[in-house]
Design a protein around this ligand. Structure first.
Ligand code: GLA
Length: 828
């Protein structure tokens, strides 16, 4: 619901309210963002909390009925009129001045557009719009002739991601007090998911100006006692949860890599102290953008916290000519009074229904296997096909040829840009390989890294000017490669043609779109000197443009983006690719943390996960194939290890995993995700997936370290029907007897040696004998499982073993399957 009552606007989703107000001066302000409150025809004057005098040293906006901008809760604050906090907008006019003071001019309310991709009219705010409701006073005013605004002349501007199909939209149109510059702030409402989005567009109807800073969203929240939660990390250690109280002053997280980066995901949460998974107030803010970003907090001396996010203003300066407009990326946000768990579930629903390509909303993902960590660059067609056959035998569905398939690419020093098959490795070309893979009954996938160029490549030899670098300096390389100048439409056109040809040639079912370096030497041969600081944003728009063209033409290709794992994992990328490679790290000891952190915002069907090798290629840690699977199964699943050198034991286990995953695929990928225990707070991660429709669920229990003589444990489930009866049973779990060393002699009817030559017998038994562990099944009502909990059997304590002892270890796990019982069908 969006209601206007005089100078008040009330945007209400099912559980939240966003209340805005236009002051007499014309400044818009935020009165409330939080739990839903009753709508009032007479507005919300009680929420206005002005000082009745100008406090101390603050500046009065004007002498009549004066107030200070420093003490109000602004929406998109400018600067130069007494608000000394971080501005959301910084402009420089042609006279060199930069005062920025935007006041209410008009508004629009768009109801139930139902469109997948809504944009307000781009030519003039006065354009008629079929399903819009306008402020009638200003309708008259807007009939006076105004200079037309050209659609954004920036390549890729049309491809900027924004949430799909809002329920309703309020567009506030503000005008700079002196200059002919208009700011359109659109608040989209997604009532069922309790998410709001904000989009800003600056329209210049006056003389040329420069934008130095334009945030996507700014909210000055009342109350300043908040904890700040964000996802920090780096390569192979992405999305770790950090939490600390918001200090006075400014706190900022950001990226300046030309990618959203793993250092800080473009996402933050404010939570009242003490907020946990199931209780407490919290709100999350996500920027839908894949380039340089900043997410800022400023705790003011007047008891507010300013939260804002947008394109990073470092190296950003945008020339906006007369009649031009600039759209900032969208941001979205949500509030929960039921803790972090409820907040995440809202975001998960929102991303599924309003962000990822609609075609993938309900489509389960194939079980894939990938050549990278199996073969790296060392393959030819024969080896690939041997691997493919093995994958097929184990029940996998889609084979991905990762890096190394294109001409001369035998290591990472060359060939990026030359997207034709290496004829020595693949004599029948990529088409020949794809046909042979399909003949085996598998789908076919391929790896590309379109935005990159190797100095040693035909593309570089013919177009050195297409690489981003300074003509005055030796370029600094990342992974021996340069970045292509995606601000140049000729580069985008070339990539479009090249990839189109590739896709038509081998008709991939899946494409992995990688990006393996951060920017350096940011100079574009395409842009004039006065526009060099536009390169970062234009690069990102160029990427979106290419993604748009290719996904429009090939909507059935399952696109997985990647940037050395999760270095560009954001809602902007998810707008085009329904899933992203979460991390190059597949070690479950690290992965549980990465996937746990990721789940704060991103649903599990967006965060691809693979079963890797033992020991892990990233940490050299050992873990069982069961634990690697248990962790990777909470995602679109893949295998990425040398399937041909599996032990007979692991091979049998993997066949069972594949069958289990296929049986519960819908639940693994789309079940409602609950975090029951956090690896950032204790020794375990416990995750639950549940489907209300089918009454089925899966619980994954992960232990990081083995304690000697551990405590008894229980798991309290969530979201079940209290009156429903469920069975909960251990998913088939087998131990490798090598685990026990000489101790195994206590449990076998005969004696074996664990080491030396006679240890061979031990090895032969371990290869062929699946030692069953923990075959448990209990039944209980939902209330018992949620309130009293599911009691786990005690762990091994060094004294005795039977089938009521849980043998775990460092980095170990269990899966439990939950199933509602049809009591009517039970034998009386
Ligand atoms: C990046 C990706 C890996 C793999 C390699 C190939 O590191 O994250 O998954 O594709 O590139 O070079």
């Amino acid at each position: 619901m969006i209601a206007k009552h005089g100078s008040y606007f009330h945007l209400a989703s099912h559980n939240s309210s966003l209340i805005l107000h236009i002051r007499d001066s014309g400044h818009p302000e935020l009165l409330h963002f939080g739990a839903r409150i009753r709508d009032r025809e007479d507005g919300f004057p009680g929420l206005i909390q002005d000082f009745s005098f100008i406090p101390g040293i603050e500046t009065a906006y004007s002498e009549d009925g004066g107030f200070s901008l420093q003490t109000i809760s602004a929406l998109m604050p400018g600067s130069g009129k007494g608000d000394y906090r971080l501005p959301a907008l910084e402009l420089e006019y042609d006279d060199g001045s930069s005062i920025c003071d935007f006041l209410y001019h008009d508004h629009r309310i768009y109801r139930n557009s139902g469109r997948e991709h809504t944009r307000e009219p781009s030519h003039s705010h006065a354009d008629s719009h079929a399903d819009s409701v306008s402020n009638s006073d200003s309708q008259a005013a807007s009939q006076s002739p105004e200079p037309a605004v050209s659609p954004e002349p920036v390549p890729g501007a049309r491809a900027l991601p924004m949430p799909r199909a809002p329920g309703e939209t309020l567009e506030l149109i503000l005008k700079e007090a002196v200059h002919q510059v208009f700011l359109h702030i659109s608040y989209d409402l997604f009532p069922e998911t309790d998410v709001f989005a904000c989009r800003c567009r600056l329209v210049n109807r006056g003389r040329e100006l420069h934008i130095h800073r334009i945030m996507s969203m700014n909210l000055d929240l009342s109350g300043d006692d908040w904890d700040f939660i964000s996802l920090e990390g780096k390569w192979i250690r992405e999305k770790h949860i950090q939490r600390s109280p918001v200090p006075r002053g400014r706190t900022s997280i950001s990226s300046r890599r030309f990618a959203s980066g793993a250092d800080h995901n473009p996402f933050l949460i404010l939570a009242s102290p003490g907020t946990g998974e199931t209780e407490g107030e919290c709100m999350g803010f996500s920027l839908m953008y894949s380039g340089n970003h900043e997410m800022n907090l400023e705790r003011s001396e007047y008891g507010q916290v300013r939260v804002q996010c947008g394109i990073h203003d470092h190296d950003f300066r945008w020339r906006l000519g007369e009649g031009e407009q600039f759209s900032a990326p969208a941001a979205f946000f949500s509030f929960s009074s039921g803790g972090l768990g409820a907040l995440s579930i809202r975001f998960h629903r929102f991303i599924r229904e309003h962000v990822i390509p609609p075609r993938w909303r309900n489509r389960t993902r194939p079980l894939l296997f990938n050549s990278w960590e199996a073969l790296y660059f060392d393959f030819d067609e024969t080896r690939l096909l041997q691997l493919a056959k093995k994958g097929k035998k184990l029940g996998m569905e889609l084979f991905v040829v990762d890096d190394g398939w294109f001409q001369g690419r035998n290591d990472d020093h060359s060939s990026l840009g030359d997207w034709v098959a290496d004829s020595k490795k693949l004599p029948g070309g990529i088409q020949g390989l794809s046909r042979k893979v399909r003949k085996l009954g598998l789908q076919f996938g391929i790896w590309i890294e379109p935005e990159m160029i190797s100095p040693d490549s035909d593309l570089y030899r013919s177009h050195p000017e297409w690489a981003i670098s300074s003509p005055l300096r030796e370029p600094s390389l990342g992974r021996h490669q340069l970045m292509l100048d995606m601000s140049n439409p000729r580069v985008v056109d070339h990539l479009h043609q090249t990839l189109r040809t590739l896709f038509l040639d081998c008709e991939p079912d899946y494409v992995k779109w990688d990006m393996n370096r951060s920017i350096s030497d940011p100079v574009s041969a395409h842009l004039p000197a006065s526009r060099q600081k536009e390169l970062g944003h234009r690069y990102t728009l160029g990427v979106y443009e290419l993604l748009k063209r290719l996904t429009d033409e090939f909507p059935d290709i399952l696109l997985e983006t990647c940037a050395s794992g999760g270095n560009r994992f954001d809602a902007g990328m998810l707008f085009y690719s329904p899933q992203i490679w979460t991390s190059d790290n597949t070690d479950p000891g690290s992965r549980v943390k990465i996937q746990h952190g990721s789940s704060l915002l991103y649903p599990q069907h967006c965060a691809a996960a693979h079963v890797g090798s033992d020991p892990s290629h990233q940490t050299l840690r050992n873990s069982s194939v069961s634990t690697r699977f248990h962790c990777a199964a909470f995602a679109p699943l893949g295998y990425e290890l040398d399937l041909q050198s599996l032990s007979p034991f692991d091979e049998k286990i993997i066949s069972g995993q594949v069958a289990l995953y296929k049986e519960h695929r819908e639940l693994f990928q789309f079940g409602t995700f609950h975090r029951l225990a956090s690896p950032f707070e204790g020794n375990t991660a416990v995750w639950q997936l549940y489907s209300e429709e089918t009454g089925t669920g899966i619980v994954g229990y992960f232990q990081l370290h083995q304690e000697a003589s551990p405590v008894r444990e229980r798991i309290r489930l969530r979201g079940l029907d209290p009156g429903k009866k469920y069975t909960i049973r251990t998913a088939p779990h087998f131990l490798n007897i090598l685990r026990f060393g000489e101790l195994i002699n206590g449990y076998l009817p005969f004696k074996v040696k664990a080491s030396g030559l006679r240890g061979l017998a031990h090895k032969v038994i371990s290869d062929n004998y699946l030692f069953p562990a923990e075959t448990r099944e209990v039944s209980a009502y939902g209330d018992e499982l949620m309130e009293a909990g599911f009691r786990l059997w005690p762990q091994f304590t060094g004294t005795g073993y039977n089938d009521r002892v849980r043998i775990m270890g460092d980095v170990s796990s269990r899966l439990y399957i939950l199933q509602a019982v049809d009591e009517a069908a039970e034998p009386g």
